[in-house]
Write a new protein. Structure first.
Length: 387
């Protein structure tokens, strides 16, 4: 072997390149041979394949009229086996699984079989589960009105539900006779993520229960109900009272009458509000007239039937004689009050002074009685001596 050839790096590179090209041609020819062989198999042979389809819906086959079936599965699994070309075409269509013919099966709990219809003869199938126990009974259909209940946490404190609109308001229910007869309530529960202080709407799941609150196996033509909830603040009807302003009571007398409106409707959460004040400004008025009042609405409340409050003011001048009489009466009242006050003061002084005097007087009377007693005793002694 010529060592000089391998010591030349360019010679080594050239030999490596030739070997790499040879290997590439060899591998490519092998792959082409496999592809050609596969194409020949596809062209001259039929290959069987297996495909599995999940969640295939189950439908009801032939059944007698007014028959109801309970316990059917919603979907099953189907496994198809057959020629690739046929399977590919079958998969382009919708696979249908249904119950066997139930025309001659009696009522009660029965085991039925599931079949796949409209398949080519070259395709085999397997349904999982292939059989199922179901209950066959007489069909009953009724129309039920939908009720509703509202979660207490759905409405904010201080607000009320004015009305609830349901769509639809009634539904069709079907099931076996025994189950239909157990229906006690058909309703929805209205909830809200946050306590509402305004109107809202939502979709709510229908509940069909018996007297114990247990959910019944009954079919309905609608599964969810739309609800529109109108939320408002409380309203109440209240009266009005006059708050006069600017009266000249020395010169006039005033009478007030609210002509319109007769009452107010207020809305809000303010409790125990029976009347709303109306300011009647009569400053500078000298004769009867009609004025507009100013409502004094409590904070947090709104007047629903708002508008101008008309007040009829009747003004009567006070005459000179009336003024004098009024002044005289006031003077008399003042003097009487003063006299009464002076008498009270004198009585108080007399009570204070009479207390000690009465005590001294009693002592004086006692002394006098003692002296008279001594004199009488002396007279008796003298008479006895003389005798």
């Amino acid at each position: 072997m010529n060592r000089g050839l391998f010591e030349n790096k360019w010679a080594v590179r050239l030999i490596s390149l030739v070997i790499a090209i040879f290997l590439y041609i060899f591998v490519a020819s092998e792959n082409n041979a496999f592809v050609f062989q596969s194409a020949a198999n596809q062209q001259f042979a039929s290959i069987n394949v297996t495909e599995t389809i999940d969640n295939v819906p189950v439908t009801v086959g032939e059944i007698p009229e007014n028959t109801f079936i309970s316990g059917l599965p919603e979907s099953v699994q189907v496994r198809l086996t057959g020629p690739r070309n046929v399977i590919n075409q079958v998969l382009e269509k919708e696979i249908t699984v249904q119950t066997e013919d139930l025309t001659d099966i009696p009522s009660g709990t029965q085991q039925i079989q599931f079949i796949v219809s409209d398949l080519p003869d070259t395709v085999d199938y397997q349904v999982t589960p292939s059989r199922r126990y179901v209950k066959i009974s007489q069909l009953e259909e009724i129309t039920a009105e939908i009720e509703y209940e509202i979660d207490p946490n759905a409405i904010q404190d201080g607000f009320n539900v004015e009305s609830v609109s349901l769509n639809p308001q009634e539904i069709q229910l079907t099931g076996d006779v025994e189950t239909i007869q157990q229906i006690d309530r058909v309703y929805i529960t209205i909830t809200n993520p946050q306590p509402a202080n305004r109107s809202f709407s939502g979709s709510y799941v229908l509940q069909i229960v018996n007297a114990n609150g247990e959910v019944l196996d009954v079919n309905s033509n609608v599964s969810e109900i739309e609800a529109q909830v109108e939320v408002v603040q409380p309203q109440s009807e209240v009266g009005m009272h006059i708050i006069p302003f600017g009266e000249d009571q020395a010169m006039y007398t005033y009478e007030y009458t609210i002509t319109t409106p007769q009452s107010l409707v207020i809305q809000g959460s303010q409790p125990n509000v029976d009347t709303v004040g109306v300011v009647a400004d009569v400053s500078g008025l000298t004769e009867s007239t009609t004025i507009m009042g100013e409502l004094q609405v409590p904070e947090g409340m709104t007047v629903i039937n708002g508008g101008d409050v008309q007040i009829e003011v009747r003004i009567t001048p006070i005459t000179t004689s009336e003024n004098e009489e009024q002044s005289s009466e006031e003077t008399n009242e003042t003097s009487e009050e003063n006299e009464t006050s002076e008498e009270n003061e004198e009585n108080e002084e007399n009570e204070e002074n009479n207390g000690p005097e009465s005590e001294n007087g009693d002592e004086g009377n006692t002394t006098e009685s003692n002296e008279s007693a001594v004199v009488e005793s002396q007279d008796v002694e003298d008479e006895s001596g003389n005798n």
